[in-house]
Design a protein. Structure first.
Length: 58
Protein backbone atom coordinates (compact mmCIF):
# COMPACT_ATOMS: atom_id res chain seq x y z
CA UNK A 1 0.00 0.00 0.00
CA UNK A 2 2.89 2.35 0.74
CA UNK A 3 4.18 2.14 -2.85
CA UNK A 4 0.75 2.99 -4.22
CA UNK A 5 0.22 5.83 -1.75
CA UNK A 6 3.66 7.30 -2.40
CA UNK A 7 3.19 7.13 -6.17
CA UNK A 8 -0.24 8.73 -6.08
CA UNK A 9 0.77 11.52 -3.67
CA UNK A 10 3.94 12.50 -5.49
CA UNK A 11 2.57 12.03 -8.97
CA UNK A 12 5.94 10.58 -10.00
CA UNK A 13 5.14 7.13 -11.30
CA UNK A 14 8.08 5.62 -13.16
CA UNK A 15 6.47 2.23 -13.82
CA UNK A 16 4.05 2.42 -16.78
CA UNK A 17 2.21 -0.68 -15.52
CA UNK A 18 1.54 0.97 -12.15
CA UNK A 19 0.48 4.23 -13.79
CA UNK A 20 -1.99 2.43 -16.03
CA UNK A 21 -3.44 0.42 -13.17
CA UNK A 22 -3.88 3.52 -10.98
CA UNK A 23 -5.66 5.27 -13.84
CA UNK A 24 -8.17 2.42 -14.20
CA UNK A 25 -8.58 0.75 -10.81
CA UNK A 26 -9.08 1.65 -7.12
CA UNK A 27 -5.91 2.07 -5.05
CA UNK A 28 -6.49 -0.94 -2.80
CA UNK A 29 -7.04 -3.23 -5.77
CA UNK A 30 -3.81 -1.90 -7.35
CA UNK A 31 -1.94 -2.61 -4.10
CA UNK A 32 -3.10 -6.23 -4.15
CA UNK A 33 -2.19 -6.58 -7.83
CA UNK A 34 1.26 -5.12 -7.15
CA UNK A 35 1.77 -7.54 -4.25
CA UNK A 36 0.79 -10.47 -6.50
CA UNK A 37 3.13 -9.25 -9.23
CA UNK A 38 6.01 -8.97 -6.76
CA UNK A 39 5.27 -12.43 -5.33
CA UNK A 40 5.31 -13.97 -8.83
CA UNK A 41 8.69 -12.39 -9.52
CA UNK A 42 10.16 -13.62 -6.24
CA UNK A 43 8.77 -17.11 -6.81
CA UNK A 44 10.23 -17.22 -10.34
CA UNK A 45 13.63 -16.08 -9.10
CA UNK A 46 13.62 -18.61 -6.26
CA UNK A 47 12.60 -21.57 -8.40
CA UNK A 48 15.09 -20.76 -11.16
CA UNK A 49 17.82 -19.78 -8.69
CA UNK A 50 18.50 -16.58 -10.60
CA UNK A 51 19.55 -13.10 -9.52
CA UNK A 52 17.14 -10.20 -10.03
CA UNK A 53 18.09 -7.90 -12.89
CA UNK A 54 16.18 -4.64 -12.99
CA UNK A 55 15.04 -3.47 -16.42
CA UNK A 56 17.01 -0.61 -17.91
CA UNK A 57 15.29 2.76 -17.79
CA UNK A 58 13.90 3.78 -21.16
Amino acid sequence: MSVVQHASRRGEITDPWLAGMLARKPKKLVAVALANRTARRVWALATRQEVYRARAAA
